[in-house]
Design a protein around this ligand. Structure first.
Ligand code: M6R
Length: 609
């Protein structure tokens, strides 16, 4: 969840590290710090709070000047956010930054305490720094040896950037579970938690695999395995450019990413449509493979899990194949009934979510085939899945997921169409018709974005609410879950989503004039039922905001405020109706003055359990 960077080259290292960290701050923003070689000494600057706080501190106290070093932006796990617990952490001649969790840190700490070592922070990371130093002192002059010995002792997940005082201008790195790349430039090399941190300088990088160790100087980046053997790796080239990771005139990344949705959908679906029909063969999925599966499980977290719920409705409706949707952290510990003949679909933007990755590994162990739907290229989930569909949303920087959700559901549709055609649940003509409609979705989203003013008015009505309900039926219920999550994570207003028909079984007792209700009503067959539920909450004083199709002629007293989305095929409505829900959450946060792109307590990539 933390972000790490490292640099060895000819530039001003502090500037490179701070620039890289500014791209990684979405991974955690409780504190930030850097360690830079100033000739033979390592100078550390760190501060609780955002990068801006670190910049201010360096303005007051002076900034490290040099050409090699490491940096970190933190999402606190062990120890409160404070200057003391901020990375980098030191131990003797070693200074490190860490992303991940060392599960056996207590045992290691006891061992080190018994050796007379003292600790300055509450973190698991400092234990690693001390252990590295301990082994280094046993074999001075051989840092890689110390790293290998330390790796043998560590349990848990880590990506580490390390500097040894005895090796000025060299940066060492290692990883297990937590992601890390090695960027390769001309006369300069980098490490980073993800490629966006180095895009300003180079697009070329190596993906560090489990247990590999990188040694960087300005001139070269060498990778070793745990037997200290050099490894030749394939040099990869990022297909994103730096503008993909910049706001480009938008007030926030989230707003930019909402507006990127039409393009993201086009880029994701176009290569998977041949002659007007879905075609996932490039991803390892053919009609023959699909017919082998007797049931499907979709496993994911947060917004990605909500995309899975849309997927369940669509697959079951079109292809008549049973689908379970599971929260990854539940799936992995509940001894799921999964095995041969099952397909487990893992959905993840980052491809690094710890619970989703563990769930996928479990599914494989149990004999199921796995299909990953992932946005981040080369991520762990993408690499380990049996089959893979990349979503092409480009980097999603805002912590709240928008365009990634959009393309995840776009892929769910393509998958459902292909499966339904393969097992004969829909005809070729119907499949062609639905695919053509899917291709029209980007234009429909453009239309909604061009008429978004109403979402600002709705947002201004919500800012005083303490609590909200989102209701809907069928696909609208699936969507209201996502709308509710967006609102609470961004604006800190409590909200829940409920199946509209379930309200009467308890929750309606919460309804007063102080509890606004957002009703999603885009499913024509369910419209009358949803309207009845809306009337029930209205009768109890709730202010009701309805997101529905343009053509629905609601009676005057049904909605206090209404956002109309274009009339479109019912089954595809989630791709349209989610846009106003995203915008309502966005503008509510803007009106409330919360940090839209980096909401309180959150991090973009949840790489710890
Ligand atoms: O990277 P992933 O898609 O696996 O992340 C899953 C969730 O952590 C993520 O969708 C989270 O719920 C979003 N911040 C919500 O906007």
């Amino acid at each position: 969840m933390c972000g790490i960077v490292g640099y060895a080259g000819y530039r001003d290292c502090t500037e490179v590290l701070m620039e890289g960290l500014s791209r990684l701050e979405y991974r955690g923003y409780d504190s930030a710090g850097i360690a830079v070689f100033e000739d033979d000494t390592i100078r550390v600057a760190k501060s609780k709070g955002r990068l801006a706080d670190l910049t201010e501190k360096m303005q007051e106290e002076g900034r490290p000047e040099g050409h090699a070093g490491i940096g970190h932006t933190r999402w606190a796990t062990h120890g409160e956010p404070s200057d003391r617990n901020s990375h980098p952490h030191g131990g003797g001649c070693v200074t490190i930054v860490h992303n991940g969790i060392i599960e056996n840190y207590k045992k290691l700490k006891e061992f080190l305490l018994s050796k007379g070592r003292a600790f300055e922070s509450d973190t698991d990371t400092e234990v690693v720094a001390q252990l590295l130093d301990y082994y280094y002192l046993n074999s001075p002059g051989n840092p890689v040896d110390a790293i290998i010995r330390t790796m043998k002792e560590l349990e848990g997940s880590y990506a580490l950037g390390v500097v040894f005082a005895d090796f000025p201008d060299m940066v060492f790195a290692l990883r297990k579970e937590s992601p890390l790349i090695v960027g390769v430039g001309e006369g300069e090399n980098f490490i980073a938690s993800d490629v966006t941190a180095i895009l300003r300088y180079t697009k070329n990088y190596y993906l560090l695999e489990q247990g590999e160790i990188a040694v960087l100087t300005a001139k070269k980046a060498t990778i070793y395995d745990t037997h200290y053997q050099k490894i030749q790796k394939e040099l990869k080239t990022a297909d994103w450019d730096i503008s993909a990771a910049e706001k480009c005139g938008y007030a926030h990344f989230m707003l930019k990413e909402i507006h990127e949705q039409p393009t993201a959908v086009k880029t994701t679906i176009t290569p998977r449509i041949t002659d007007g029909m879905p075609d996932l063969t490039e991803c390892g999925i053919t009609p023959e493979t699909l017919l082998k599966f007797r049931q499907i499980h979709i496993v994911a977290c947060g917004t990605a899990m909500h995309a899975g719920i849309v997927g369940r409705y669509v697959i079951e409706k079109l292809a008549h194949v049973p689908v379970n949707v599971d929260i990854a952290s539940e799936f992995r510990y509940r001894e799921p009934l999964v095995g041969e003949g099952d397909l487990v679909i893992i959905i993840s933007q980052s491809g690094e979510t710890a619970d989703s990755l563990a769930a996928m590994r479990l599914a494989k162990e149990l004999g199921a085939k796995t299909l990953a739907i992932v946005n981040a290229k080369g991520s762990s989930i993408a690499r380990e899945a049996d089959m893979l569909i990349y979503t092409h949303a480009g980097p999603e920087i805002a912590v709240a997921s928008t365009k990634a959700y959009m393309v995840q559901i776009a892929v769910m549709y393509l998958f459902a169409f292909e499966l339904a055609l393969a097992n004969g649940s829909i005809s070729e003509a119907e499949c062609r018709r639905l695919t053509a409609l899917l291709q029209e979705v980007p234009e429909q989203i453009e239309h909604i974005l061009a008429h978004k003013e109403m979402t600002q008015l709705i947002a201004s009505e919500l800012i005083t609410a303490d609590s909200l309900l989102y209701i809907g039926r069928g696909l609208d219920y699936a969507l209201s879950m996502e709308g509710s999550l967006k609102l609470k994570e961004l604006s800190y207003i409590h909200s829940e989503s409920y199946a509209a028909g379930e309200l009467k079984h308890g929750t309606i007792s919460l309804i007063t004039e102080n509890m606004p209700v957002i009703a999603v009503a885009t499913q024509t067959k369910l419209l009358e039922k949803t309207i009845s539920n809306i009337k029930e909450v209205k009768a109890r004083g709730a202010k009701v905001i309805v997101v529905c199709k343009e053509s629905y002629g609601l009676e005057q007293d049904v909605a206090d405020l209404r956002f109309s989305v274009p009339d479109f095929e019912d089954i595809l409505m989630p791709m349209l109706a989610v846009v106003p829900l995203q915008l309502i959450a966005y503008y509510t946060a803007v009106h409330k003055g919360t940090d839209v792109d980096k909401p309180r307590n959150l991090a973009k990539s949840v790489t710890v359990e």
